[in-house]
Design a protein. Sequence first.
Lengths: 229, 229
Amino acid sequence: MQVAIIGGTGEEGFGLALRLGKAGHQVVIGSRSEEKGASSAENAREILGGTADVAGTTNEAAAGGCEVMFVTVPFGGQADIYRALKEHVRPGTIVCDTTSPLATAVGGKAWHVIRPWHGSAAEQAAAILQTGVRMTAGFHTISADALRAIDVPMDSDVLVCGDDAEAKAVVGGLIEDIPDMRWVDCGLLSQARIAESMTALLISVNRQYKIHDSGFRITGRDGWGRPVG
Amino acid sequence: MQVAIIGGTGEEGFGLALRLGKAGHQVVIGSRSEEKGASSAENAREILGGTADVAGTTNEAAAGGCEVMFVTVPFGGQADIYRALKEHVRPGTIVCDTTSPLATAVGGKAWHVIRPWHGSAAEQAAAILQTGVRMTAGFHTISADALRAIDVPMDSDVLVCGDDAEAKAVVGGLIEDIPDMRWVDCGLLSQARIAESMTALLISVNRQYKIHDSGFRITGRDGWGRPVG
């Protein structure tokens, strides 16, 4: 599958690019600068070796040529980046926003969140892109360190929110291609208001225990993935 | 340990009373009505059998005679109950608020939350009780069904928030007495703003999969409990 990672030179985005590249997908790392995107992709190909299909370019070019686009940018620049992407994204593109509105965006603490006007960062993104794209949200609670340790199976689940069940299942299919990673359908896009804030809770847990990669597994069922019926 | 469960006739509170009674603690179930408290305690003793030490009385009497008090009431009545308890709680009592501000309190959906003026239900409780009690928050993400199935080990972790590390450790000790239940120190009491909202996310997950008892395990460490150093 053709996957773009907007902001893919950042820690979370680069980790995701590695994992999806390793799984055999055609990954394009987008960056504000074409050179940085290309350099990051070269780095990814070196790490992955062999036939990994990872390229790098601008965010706009990456967004215009993919089936699924992950947006992994800090909340402080998220709205600007979506506005810049808007005219490049093709209708029908599935978008997965991974942004958490941490208070660091306004000089606050990483274990605090601020409340976007639209309720969540994902709903803000949907409001900017408007119709034609299929918006989902996920990966808020997935540690960048864990994603980048590509030889270690994942030990946390992705909370996926969205109003389009089919789009969630496509994103979920990519998640299932990452070893031991599962996805849980958390309901409508507005539930991202909760899922996004959970990043800050994990940062608080990390502080308490002096670790970097706490995460969540969801219990109550043996398997998750697409709900039946 | 002498433990009071305020609102202990409700599903979550009754489940917690069963688990802590089974673990050998001296449990008092509090209710708005002394008769209902007593009847619920009788029910608990029948379920637990043997020497289980579970009594029932009014919320006020239960609050006045305990070392640790769990408050398991719906958000709609939470402030009134704390105001009624205020003059009965002894200085130094450790309080664990389990309330989630679900939108059902104002006629909304159980998978939506409202925002209490103080930030969280737990901070509202602390503002009402004021000084002298040691406030913590936890159990928001623990299914009442799972608590009540006393022969089944727990499969979810308790997110404990609070400004008093010692008080969190005392609550944590009670949690560790419940088979396979762990507690994670999530930081200051204000982090309950996030932990409380996670109840609504689990209710949304339950709706998607038509289940009743989803929960969270925290990953990233083999063990949790009291942070060292």
